[in-house]
Structures are given as C-alpha cells and as structure tokens.
Design a protein around this ligand. Structure first.
Ligand code: KG4
Ligand code: ZN
Length: 339
C-alpha cells in the first residue's frame, strides 16, 4: 500500500523536447531540479528530433542520478515516479516514458502520467515561497510549441479557451531570430538585444483573428519581407539595427499577448492572471504584467520553472498522487496529448 499520510517523495522526469530533466519533490516542495539542455540543436536553428532522442538516451541516467544525489535520497525512498506523457516529440517522449516504466517495474513504485501543458501551469503551485494563485485563475501558457489561454479551476480541472491557429509565441521568437541568423533558441537573445533597443523603431501589424485566437505566422512573414527590403538597400542593416529590430519585434509579440489576456479577463471576469511556459521568462512580458495597468493579481513563476523542467512535472504528479491517479505498464507516450 502507498502511504498517503506522509509527504511523498516523487521522482519526476521530463523529456518532451530538447531538455532532459529530473526532479525530486517532497510533497509540494522541489528538493532538486536538474536540467540538461541539449546544445546539439544550436547550429541547426531548431530542434532536430532524431538528435534530441539520442541525447535524451545519453542524458537520462546521469540526470536522474544527479537529481537523487542533490536531494540526498536514494531510489528506495521514492513513493512514485511521474513522467511527461505528452505533448511533445514522440522520439523524445519515448525515452522518458520507457525509463519511467522500467524504473517503476524495477522498484515496484506507482507511476503517474503528466500532461506537459498542465504541468507548465501547475508550476505556480510549487511551494517555493512565491505567492500561489487561488482558483480559478487564468493562465497564458506561451512556449516553443504552444500558446494557450486556460481557465484553471483546480489542479485537475482546466479548460482551454483560446489558442494559436498557427505558430506558437516562442516559435515566432525563434523563427524571427533565425531570419536574423541568431542561434537557436532565439527567444532569450531577442530579449537580451531588445534591452538596448528602441521598441518603437519599426511597426509590425497585429493579426486579424478571433477574439481569443492567436496567430504569429503573419508576423514572421512581415518581419522577413521588411528585413529583405532593408537588406537590399543596406546589406549590414540587420547587424547595425539589431537592438531596435529585436525591441520592435518583442514589443509586437508582447502587445499581442497582453491584449488577449485583457480580452480573456474581461470575458471571464477572472482577474488572477498567471503566465507559464518558456516565453514567460521574457523580461518585457514580465515587466508589462507587473506594471499592473489593469489591476490584475499577476503570478509569474520563478525562472527555473518557466522553461521545460521536471519540477513542474513533479508538482502535477503530486496532485494526482493525492487522489491515487496512477497508470500501469500499458501507458504509451502521446505526442498530441491535449488538456
Ligand atoms: O517551455 P519551453 O522551455 O519549451 C517548450 O515546451 O516549447 O519554451 C521554449 C521557448 C523557446 O521558443 C524559447 O525561445 C522561448 O521559450 N524563450 C523565450 C525566452 N526564454 C525562452 N522567449 C522570449 N524571451 C525569453 N526570455
Ligand atoms: Zn514546455
């Protein structure tokens, strides 16, 4: 029998994209959160799925070992194993799912499947001293693969009320930075260069889509056309105006995101606003939300829990553990798993 009275030790594993990560939680506290970011994709301008799964294979055992070591516990202390079942790249997910299944069998410990998108949101419930939103709250999840507005009614009840019809917000950052020949992932670099730039230097159009829908492929095309035109006149245009271009692109993306939150908050009457996912690390997005022009209660996760990490998988696992929602060996990875 599982002892549900004491705070459980949960090992969490994340391998949905290009970060191999393992974390140990005791209850809702993260004792260790180890992330090995794969460097191999940098030169390709994006994640190469085949290389990602190979790197996960290589990293997973040392990453788990180091999470256990940092938490100062051993495998036999574990009460459950949580893992990302999807969404993500199938070859990457397979590594984490198969590892979790083997370890669960070897240790005879229960397994908990976690939806990566729900986990990004539940990162807000990690007990790290930062304020935790009460339910219901509205969450904008913005990552490399997804852009969603979600009403969160409880750790196990969420409803997507808006999403992107094409590229994700992080993808827009990455694709635009690729046009400028910056290495992958470009989001953090655009953020960095934008700090020194004039955000009003260039204007890019907002998409015309449904009230709660997002679209970023048009922005990418308009930046591409604009840069091609300018480079024809001055081949050093990008190099000489990099900071201004980055600041203007970043402002456009952040304006689009904040406008959608505004609409969603008005429609739902919810003023507790959270952001999650890799793009929630963006300093302009954080700044704009914290200016608090709209009188929202704003919740922003600690940096280490914004981009892909197993700590967030662990907290999602913890809420399922409390309700004994376990899975057996027949579980399979699902690249298109939805909230
Ligand atoms: O959540 P995440 O680590 O992985 C996915 O599940 O996709 O998000 C990665 C995305 C990338 O597109 C990356 O460029 C973006 O988050 N990102 C940022 C920043 N840090 C990471 N985008 C803008 N500004 C940042 N500071
Ligand atoms: Zn993610």
């Amino acid at each position: 029998m599982h002892n549900l009275k004491k705070q459980p030790y949960i090992l969490a594993i994340e391998s949905s994209c290009d970060d191999t990560s393992a974390a140990i939680l005791k209850g809702n506290i993260v004792l260790s959160n180890v992330v090995s970011t794969q460097q191999v994709h940098k030169e390709y301008g994006g994640v190469v799925p085949e290389l990602a799964s190979r790197a996960h294979q290589k990293n997973i055992i040392p990453t788990v070992d180091s999470a256990l070591k940092r938490a100062e516990i051993s495998k036999s202390d574990l009460d459950a194993i949580a893992f990302t079942r999807g969404p993500g790249l199938l070859g990457s997910l397979l590594v984490g799912v198969s590892f979790a299944k083997s370890l669960s069998l070897a240790l005879n410990k229960p397994m908990i499947e976690v939806n990566h998108m729900e986990a990004h949101i539940l990162a807000h419930l990690i007990n790290d001293g930062s304020p935790t939103p009460e339910f219901p709250f509205l969450c904008l999840t913005v990552s490399g693969g997804h852009t969603q507005l979600v009403i969160v009614n409880s750790p196990l009840e969420m409803k997507v009320i808006g999403e992107t019809i094409d590229d994700a917000a992080g993808e827009a950052f990455d694709k635009i930075s690729k046009i400028m020949e910056l290495p992958y992932p470009g989001g953090p670099l655009i953020d960095k260069y934008a700090k020194e730039g004039n955000a009003d230097a260039y204007k890019f159009p907002h998409p015309k889509v449904g009230e709660l829908e997002f679209s970023f492929s048009g922005l990418k095309t308009s930046v591409l056309r604009f840069l091609q035109k300018e480079v024809r006149k001055d081949e050093k245009f990008i190099e000489n105006h990099l900071n201004d271009i980055c600041a203007s692109v970043q402002k456009t993306i952040v304006d689009i995101l904040v406008n959608k939150i505004k609409i969603a908050s008005k429609k739902t009457g919810i003023t507790r606003i959270a952001i999650a996912g890799g793009v929630s690390a963006n300093s302009e997005l954080r700044k704009r939300l914290l200016e608090n022009t709209f009188k929202w209660d704003v919740f922003i996760p600690d940096f280490q829990f914004c981009t892909d990490n197993a700590g967030m998988i662990g907290i999602a696992g913890y809420y399922k553990y409390q309700k004994e929602i376990f899975v057996d060996q027949s579980v399979v990875a699902d690249a298109r798993l939805r909230i």
